[in-house]
Ligand binder design. Structure first.
Ligand SMILES: [Fe+2]
Length: 267
């Protein structure tokens, strides 16, 4: 198996390149538009055939490169059916399987951070890619994009903590330099989700966070609903006004755009 963990320093986002050694079939999970050239270069250097540009969810903090990866390399854009991405090639349901030569990824629907969150499990390699459903010693916020702390609690326990304890968990972000955790570590040490924490206690923590907005939300959410494929003029207009639903969402929550220092809780 070929595996690379890639990092975008501006948004503390991890992207993951995973490939089958024999067939060279590859997937890139949670790409970042600003890192497109880096990732195209790596895929070509390693002589991989990118089959899927995969998303764990519709991100609010960065624009995906998935649409561009389709244009450049012929990859299929694959995302949770509940995410509502209009131009996706594959809309994945819970339990969907993605084949990369001899490697297989299982999609597990893990809503709660957003309604359209997926965790991808590679059982053979004993690893999973959790997006923002579960972060190292934390989890993604639950206060927009149809998030729900009740739903997230159930998702983590039923779909992630049910994996073997040694399963390596790769998060969508980390803001403190951590790269990976395990099911056993999170069940033992997550301040929000460790064993013995009740759903009510978790919900109280999440509802008390009162976080500021991601700096790029007005651009990122509408752009990502189009797999990142919006032109410069659209991007300018969208960033000023917000796309469909974003303005109403921000009015409802009534908070200011975040400064970078606040971008710390999984967006
Ligand atoms: Fe997120």
């Amino acid at each position: 198996m070929i595996f690379r963990q890639l990092f975008d320093p501006e948004t503390s986002t991890y992207s993951y390149l995973l490939a089958d050694q024999g067939s060279r079939h590859a997937v890139l999970i949670d790409s970042v538009l600003e890192q497109l050239d880096r990732d195209l270069g790596l895929i070509r250097e390693l002589d991989l055939e990118l089959r899927f540009a995969l998303e764990t969810h519709v991100h609010a903090d960065h624009v995906t490169a998935s649409g561009r990866l389709r244009e450049e390399l012929g990859a299929q854009v694959a995302v949770c059916a509940a995410a509502g991405v209009a131009n996706a090639d594959l809309e994945l349901e819970d339990g969907a399987l993605l084949q990369l030569g001899a490697l297989e990824l299982e999609a597990r629907h893990t809503p709660g951070h957003t309604a359209g969150c997926m965790t991808y499990v590679c059982h053979e390699a004993v690893m999973a890619f959790t997006g923002d459903a579960l972060l190292v010693r934390g989890c993604g916020r639950t206060d927009f994009q149809e998030g729900s702390p009740h739903t997230l609690f159930q998702s983590v326990h039923e779909k992630i903590f049910s994996l073997p304890g040694e399963t390596l968990l790769y998060p969508g972000h980390d803001y403190r330099g951590r790269t990976v955790t395990t099911v056993a570590e999170e069940r033992g040490f997550s301040p929000r989700l460790r064993d013995g924490t009740s759903e009510e206690a978790f919900v109280a923590i999440m509802n008390g966070l009162d976080l500021a907005y991601p700096r790029k939300i007005k651009l990122a959410v509408p752009a990502n609903l189009e797999s990142g494929l919006i032109d410069d003029a659209q991007a300018v207009a969208t960033e000023q006004e917000g796309g469909p639903g974003v303005a109403a969402m921000m009015d409802r929550l009534g908070r200011q755009d975040a400064e970078p220092a606040f971008l710390g809780m999984g967006i």
